[in-house]
Ligand binder design. Sequence first.
Ligand code: UD1
Length: 417
Amino acid sequence: MSGSIVINGGTPLQGTIGVLGAKNAALKHMVASLLAPGLHTIENVPGILDVAIMGQVLEHVGASCVTDGTTLQIDVPETPNPEAPLELVRQMRASILVLGALLARTGEARVALPGGDDFGARPIDFHLRGLEQMGVEFDLRHGVLHAAAPNGLTGTDIFFEFPSVGATENILLAAVLAKGTTTIGNAAREPELTDLAEYLMKMGAKIDGAGTSTIEVHGVERLGPATHRTVPDRLEAGTYLVAGAMSRGEVTVTDCRPEHLRMELKKLEEAGCDVAITEHTVTVRGPDIPMATDIATLPYPGFHTDMHPQMVAFLSVAGGTSLVTENIYSGRFRYLGELNRMGADIHADGQHVVIRGVENLSGCEIDGCDIRAAAALTIAALRADGVTTINDAQHVDRGYDGFVPKLASLGADIRRT
Ligand code: UD1
């Protein structure tokens, strides 16, 4: 579905909504299923476009995917096809993980260089160097990466210069079926990665230290299918909480893991929100005028880069000047021009975003840019005077299941055209 989202701003959001499993975990689980032949069941999977695209990638490789509500069943063949389809991989960055999984299963892989959101260069050199250390040879021909491990994959000591989520995941997928032990140093610690390791362990993988900076993987000969429930989406939860705060309302998110949002909730408190948590819920009440606050995005447990646009939208109406420093993807600023069209006073200098708070935003016609940008612009529109039309609204479908109906259920005057 493409089209536009039309919002008539000014209504404070009130109420309770649940969140589903994390996009950034479910997509990885889908790839991980390729490591074991047989019938896998992944629960709590959001009905988003990226899951559908990944389903097509898996089908091309020879698996079959059947969805029943939020449960996904994946039947993986004994011998997968080692080639991922070019046109699908280019649409979605997470598909680069098929490299590690296919190499582990078949000793070879042919994968296009991945696409994804348009926010600057997203290199994969850490993935490739780590796999090379494990015995993989690469050849890039006409945009397609040809990978082969002529002598199989061998465990080794890998140390990343930055705790990359994707690279840690790719090495993890390759290492679970490699010969011997792989140690991943300066590994990413994101909850979605820990969740991936839990699923792999249910499949029979031997992994120590997931969730810490050093992960040790002891390769096994064969894995079996498993059933796993995807960890709740901290980004979906965070987005609705900021939306509620921006609208001067009060929103409760259920079925989430508040401990995965500690830094984001701390920043909302600093900005003047009232925050209350229980084991699986978070309630945020927004102030009349947010307080200016500074944020730097960092690997987990730091502030998530995928919550940066939503917070910039919120701080655009703060009583003062805020500084947001983007340390992960400094090319993700295209949406700032759209916020400024709504009356915000924001400029970017290198990786820094300076936000001078304004009293009011006003609705106008803008472009959605990417998943989190489209969410951030919707958040701005909830408070703006008059009507905002966000074109290219299909971006939200890549990351949010039922974005418009969920906001409408909280009282937003919002519709899809
Ligand atoms: C990023 C997010 C992740 C989120 C995902 C989807 C971080 C640290 N990562 O993961 O939480 O789930 O987007 O939106 O917040 N890099 C290299 N070479 C590489 C790989 C990465 O230089 O081979 C750099 C990147 O340019 C970036 C940083 O390392 O500056 C982190 O990248 P990485 O964690 O790999 O990004 P994603 O896996 O896309």
